[in-house]
Each structure stands twice: as structure tokens, then as C-alpha cells.
Design a protein around this ligand. Sequence first.
Ligand SMILES: C[S@@+](CC[C@H](N)C(=O)[O-])C[C@H]1O[C@@H](n2cnc3c(N)ncnc32)[C@H](O)[C@@H]1O
Length: 349
Amino acid sequence: MTEHNPTEAIQSYYGQTLQSSEDLKTSACCTLTAMPKHLQVLLADVHPEVSERFYGCGSPLPPALTGCTVLDLGCGSGRDCYVLSRLVGEQGRVIGVDMTAGQLVVATAHLDWHQQRYGYAQGNVEFRLGHIEDLAALGIADNSIDVVVSNCVINLSADKPKVLAEIFRVLKPGGELYFSDVYADRRIPDALRHDPVLLGECLAGAWYWEDFRRMMQALGCPDMRVVSATPITLDDDEVADKIGMVNFRSVTVRAFKLPLEDRCEDFGQIAVYHGAIPNHIHAFALDDHHLFETGKPLRVCGNTADMLALSRYSPYFTLIGNKTTHFGLFDCSPPNLSGLPSNTVAACC
Ligand SMILES: C[S@@+](CC[C@H](N)C(=O)[O-])C[C@H]1O[C@@H](n2cnc3c(N)ncnc32)[C@H](O)[C@@H]1O
């Protein structure tokens, strides 16, 4: 493993150094949040060899996926891809991309096992070896993907703007990016950015939230939403000694490929959730400050209205009003001054 080639360092970390989630030195690459029950049931149906090599930091498994084409960036051994295989159903499709051959060997070894277990006449999962910075090289066309997910991966990329640009290229209009990753409350000092262990543990490359926000804005996505945020603990003393001055959180974000405004504007619109998304009969949480209770009208800003009306969530909502009259700025969320999204979910492990 060499400090000078981050790609090789990461491939070596995930292909050789780590053999299972037990080998991790921090809670950065392990799910901290309790999964909803319906997802736990699906997780129990994933092959143990796949689950043992899960290194994600969240559960980027959004609802309403039936029939969708989902792309998992940095899929590793494929745990999320196999859960997604059930969520999209036999008519849907899941593509997992990873650059570490050793991870994909585990993922592909269990393709038939999952297809048979799920009772599918044809498999709906495929894995492609390659780099998330160049999805075109993997044959992933413009406007071809309904939902892009990723679990604790983009922090590892040396070219994050390229990854985000690729995501917005391949997403269909109205498509959703829904991903969990590691964020820091400050920029990581240069001296630590290439430390192979800190890099592999998803700390050295962690996004500074404000830089992430600026990057998304520059790519034409000025309004992304935090779904949940959980503190990360540094369990290893050596790791804590090196980087313990930084506060890390695992944050799940959703963002849509839509022409949104950079502030929430008030057009007097109202959204009503019908309660028909499977496993979400009582409420649907768009983000950490929009909980749509079934049947209860909620005033929404123009951006939120568009996210609901112009995405795959549209059949599940009635939107009242349009954008013909503007009533000024919409008070959508309390200001966040910490540089990091605040906790929205209690850590359970
Ligand atoms: C922390 S692991 C997460 C794996 C998987 N998402 C999971 O939840 O188990 C990071 C994965 O991203 C992959 N990866 C990192 N950078 C990548 C890149 N630029 N292109 C493709 N894969 C990458 C690594 O090979 C590794 O399998």
C-alpha cells in the first residue's frame, strides 16, 4: 500500500486489509441508525458472506422504488444492491459499481443465490468493475437512472465534483440522488488527507459540509435535503489521536435532478400525502423537517412542491396551488450555524 496512490491504497484497504466489518477501527463505516423493520426483514435475506463485508455508514434505501433502475456507487460486496433488488422488484434493475475487484468477487459469487431466494425468473442485479468518476466508461448513459444511491463511498474519491457531475448526467430529469456519507465540521488538514488508514476508514476524505453544499450548488443543485444525521465515534485511540479534533457525522442526503431555486420561496402551495407508499402508510418523511402525515395538508415552498410533483413521488401526493403568485421568502428550516447538519437520529450502536 502506498501513500502516494490513494486509489491503490483504497483498493488495498477494501480488497485485502479489511475482511469483515469487525476489522474497522471507527464507526464511520458501519450503520449507526436502526433500520426500519421492513428493511430489516429484507436484510435477513441477504447472504451472510455479503453482509459480513458491509462497510456502509447509513441506509440509503429510499421508498417507492418499484420498477426503478437504481445505480449503487461503490457497492462493495453488494449488500445494499441485494436489498434494492427486492425493493425495485423483478421489473426493476440494480447496477452496482465498484473499483475493487475483491469486493465484486464476493458480490458476484452470490448473484444466483439471491435470484433463487427471491424467486425471480431473471436476475435484476448486475455488477460493473470501474470508477465512479467515469460512469460513461461503464456504459451508463445520460438520463438513464431513476435513483442513484451510495453508502460511504464518495468521501473516498479524489475527484468529488466529477462524481457528482456524473451522477447528475446519468439521472433522469426528476431522478433522485439518495446517499449516506461521512461529513466533517471543518476541512481535514492536508497532512492527514493521504493517511491510508484515515482514508480507508472514510475520515481523511470526509466532506466539509459547506464545501459539499457549494459543490452541489455549482452543479446546479442548490437545494438538497438532509434525511438523517448521526455522530461517528472514533473507537481506536491511534485514530482519535490523529484526527480527534474533528467532529464527524454520517449524513443521509437526498437531492433531485430538478431546476430548483437557491432559497425556499413561498407561492402559497400545499401538499397532501395520500399514505400509499408501501411501508409508509401513516407518514412520509421527505427530510429532517418535512414529515407529511397521511391526509394532513402541509404548506410547502416552491422547491418542496417541485420535489414532490416532478419526481417519482408525484402519484403519492396532491399538490394544491401553482407558482403564479409569489408571496416572498418561505421559512423552510431553522438556520444551521454549526457547519454540520445536527443529529436527527439517535445512535444505536
Ligand atoms: C466504505 S466501502 C462501502 C462499500 C459498500 N457501499 C457498503 O456499504 O458496504 C467503500 C467502497 O467504495 C469503493 N470505492 C472507493 N472509491 C471508489 C471509486 N472512485 N470508484 C469506484 N469504487 C470506489 C471501494 O472499493 C469500497 O468497496
